[in-house]
Design a protein around this ligand. Structure first.
Ligand code: FA5
Ligand code: MG
Length: 412
């Protein structure tokens, strides 16, 4: 039933190599060819990638604003145990992100991390209490100009002893009034001292406001809102007003007691945050399509060269080409087991590089027969050349064939 899973199994039989290690394939395995290709290219190690430049800039800010405080760690191996990504972070067994429709499984024991929070506990276990962590993360997702199944996250965390916190307390203990209001909406963790929690939140707020202003400008407008994560309580997300839009930058909160590693005394408290690097780089440089980060065209990377010597140099990307799009529609009948992410994954596996967008145009359920149908419009556009009609027809016909043979869809 699951297309990507079949593609993978035919290609790889009973074992698979991921980043030099061999894993057994089982019924959970669903890593597709297009993901396997991306696993080996480490954008954070390419000096002219706007992502690695952004990481250096972030590191520079933290070293200057909080000297000696944070250890900077890059983790290039996205393979984690399923328990690390979910169970240890208190993500319940029924959570939708655990579904193989949403996440990439190597097998029932190992997966590609869906967020950098998955590596936090092992860093704490190594004795590091205050860190910034970057790496690649993987999620099965829709296809458009701001989503790819692989992106990069910066995670940060800081753990305090009660003594450290009390030394940081302000005479007035005053929180920013907006944070005060947001905090008022959420319950604290049982057995957390509200006085200590306020100091943790004050530090989270000041550290991350300073960080966002260093990225988006001193006078940028920032707003904090309550949100929910299973591994933090209370939890906040922050948005920045940039180019006439509010943009979600990161999620954050006070780490759940059970999430802080057992090697750390139970009286300690800490905060953590997680932020998407592509999203920030796209906004800062006005990069219009997330696929550009993966191009090998030097006309992209050369535009960031001046940041090698001056990281704060503002750079607005100028599109080097806008090749025309070609549209094709894919219409089919399906039953209630149909999952949209399966068709996205199938399309990506036929040729991920020339597909800009897949959009649901129309859906219909026949009231008499209960038969369902959907029509998706696929936008074909290359970043590197003008596509010809016959090339697109070939790809489109492969997609049609694969929809029939792998997903059992009845084409219209
Ligand atoms: C998380 O991944 C949490 N682990 C963040 C966190 C860490 C919360 C520590 C509390 C404590 P979320 O799924 O919202 O949360 O993603 C975090 C950030 O990653 C988002 O704010 C956004 O900047 C970025 N992001 C999420 N999904 C995508 C995507 N598909 N493409 C690009 N960036 C994304
Ligand atoms: Mg979010």
């Amino acid at each position: 039933m699951i297309g990507a899973r079949r593609l993978y199994q035919t290609a790889c039989k009973s074992q698979v190599q991921v980043l030099g290690r061999t894993y057994e394939v089982d019924s959970m395995s669903n890593i597709s060819n297009s993901i396997a290709e991306k696993l080996n290219r480490k954008l954070l190690n390419e000096t002219l990638s706007p992502l690695s430049l952004l990481c250096r800039r972030i590191q520079g800010h933290f070293e200057q604003a909080h000297p000696g405080q944070f250890e900077f760690i890059q983790d290039d191996n996205p393979v984690v145990r399923v328990t690390q990504n979910f169970d240890e972070l208190l993500i319940p067994p029924s959570h939708p992100s655990r579904s193989p429709h949403d996440s990439y499984y190597i097998n029932r024991e190992f997966m590609l991390r869906t967020h950098m929070t998955a590596n936090e506990r092992e860093i704490m276990a190594s004795g590091v209490r205050s860190f910034l962590l970057v790496g690649d993360v993987y999620r099965r997702d829709e296809i458009d100009t701001s989503h790819l199944p692989v992106f990069h996250q910066l995670e940060g965390a800081r753990i305090f002893t009660p003594d450290e916190l009390l030394k940081m307390e302000r005479p007035l203990g005053k929180l920013n009034s907006h944070m005060e209001a947001e905090l008022g909406k959420q319950a604290l963790q049982i057995d957390h001292d509200p006085r200590l929690v306020r100091i943790v939140i004050q530090n989270l707020y000041e550290t991350l406001e300073g960080f966002m202003r260093s990225l988006f400008g001193r006078s940028s407008q920032i707003r904090w809102q309550e949100t929910y994560f299973p591994f933090t309580q209370p939890s906040f997300e922050a948005e920045v007003y940039f180019n006439d839009k509010w943009l979600e930058i990161f999620g954050s909160g006070v780490l759940q007691k059970q999430v802080i590693h057992d090697s750390i005394d139970k009286s300690n408290l800490g905060w953590a945050f997680g932020m998407g690097l592509e999203r920030v780089a796209m906004v800062l440089h006005q990069i219009p399509d997330i696929r550009l980060f993966w191009t090998t065209d030097p006309r992209f990377h050369d535009q960031f060269r001046s940041q090698l010597t001056n990281l704060d140099q503002p750079i607005i990307f100028s599109p080097f080409s806008k090749y025309p799009p070609i549209y094709r529609d894919l219409s089919f009948y399906h039953d209630s087991s149909f999952q949209p992410n399966e068709i996205f994954e199938l399309i990506r596996n036929v040729d991920a590089n020339v597909i800009e967008n897949v959009q649901l145009l129309d859906e219909y359920t026949n009231p008499k027969t209960n038969q369902m149908s959907k029509c998706y419009r696929i936008t074909y556009r290359s970043m590197e050349c003008t596509l010809t009609d016959s090339h697109v027809n070939e790809i489109h016909s492969s997609i049609r064939q694969a929809s029939q043979s792998l997903l059992n869809l009845q084409l219209r």
